[in-house]
Every structure is written in C-alpha cells, then in structure tokens.
Design a protein around this ligand. Structure first.
Ligand SMILES: [Zn+2]
Length: 150
C-alpha cells in the first residue's frame, strides 16, 4: 500500500479547500475552483494582510484539490480515504440549538442544509449533549451542541 501521509495530518479536506459540499456536482466544484483560483493565484497582487507564501501554498492546495475532485475515479478513491479518516461521520458544521428554527406548527426544529434539505433536531435530545444530525437530502452531518437545560 502506498500512502500519502500529507492528507492524514491536516483536517482540511479537498472539499473544504474548494468550499463545496461532499456531494457537490463537478460543475459546482469547477465554479468554486475557478473563483478560488482567481482569488488565490500567486500572480495576482492583493492588498490583503495574508503573507504571499501562505497564498501560494493555498493556491497549490486548491489546485491539488481540483485535480483530484475533477477526476471521477480519483474522487471516489479520495472519498473512500476520507470516510476512513473521518470515522463514522463527516461533520459539515458545528451548530447550537440557536441555529435551528421551529417550524410553523411548532412540531420540530430544523436547520436548512446548503443542498436545500433539512437537518431535523430529534425531540428526545438530552440538554448539554452533543448530537449528530444528518441532512434528510444529502449525506452531510452536523454536530449540534445542545444548551444546558432550558
Ligand atoms: Zn443536505
């Protein structure tokens, strides 16, 4: 087994680097890549306070991420690696109860996923707990840190 140890140490996935969802389409990834590549291209003079070296490093990561994710086969291999690294859950966001809205009938609390689906807070959740809620449309999971009592 040949292994690249570079991805193991850092928690940022190619999806994070390209600011797209795990289930983003190639077109979404391409758009994001193009926007980010423009923004971080080392040739581009920026007046930000980010050191130039960080910017070119970041550009390399964007480029690597794109080269992996644009290739269907490489993407599948990468996804599998990612699944192993992240154990059971891929936590997309860490939220609190305040990020959830109650629906009109007051029956449940929900948070809208970037895919348009919903994260629905389970009723039987214990105060003070950290729970994982998965989107009802896509494979994303959010961690919800529940308040202590209410
Ligand atoms: Zn979703």
């Amino acid at each position: 087994m040949s292994e690249t140890s570079t991805t193991k140490a850092c928690k940022t996935s190619h999806y994070d680097v390209l600011q797209v969802a795990r289930d983003a389409t190639l077109e979404q990834i391409r758009k994001s890549y193009q926007a980010l590549a423009l923004q971080y291209h080392p040739d581009k003079k920026r007046t930000s306070n980010v050191p130039a070296t960080d910017e070119s490093d970041h550009f390399i990561r964007i480029d690597q991420a794109w080269k992996t994710l644009r290739d269907d086969r490489l993407r599948r291999i990468y996804d599998a690696e990612l699944m192993q690294q992240t154990e059971e859950y891929f936590v997309n966001e860490v939220l609190t109860e305040a990020d959830f809205e109650r629906d009109e009938d007051g029956n449940f609390c929900f948070h809208t996923c970037r895919c348009g689906g919903y994260y629905i807070l389970p009723e039987e959740s214990e105060p003070g707990e950290s729970i994982y809620v998965s989107c009802d449309e896509c494979s994303l999971v959010v961690q919800v840190n529940l308040g202590k009592g209410s």
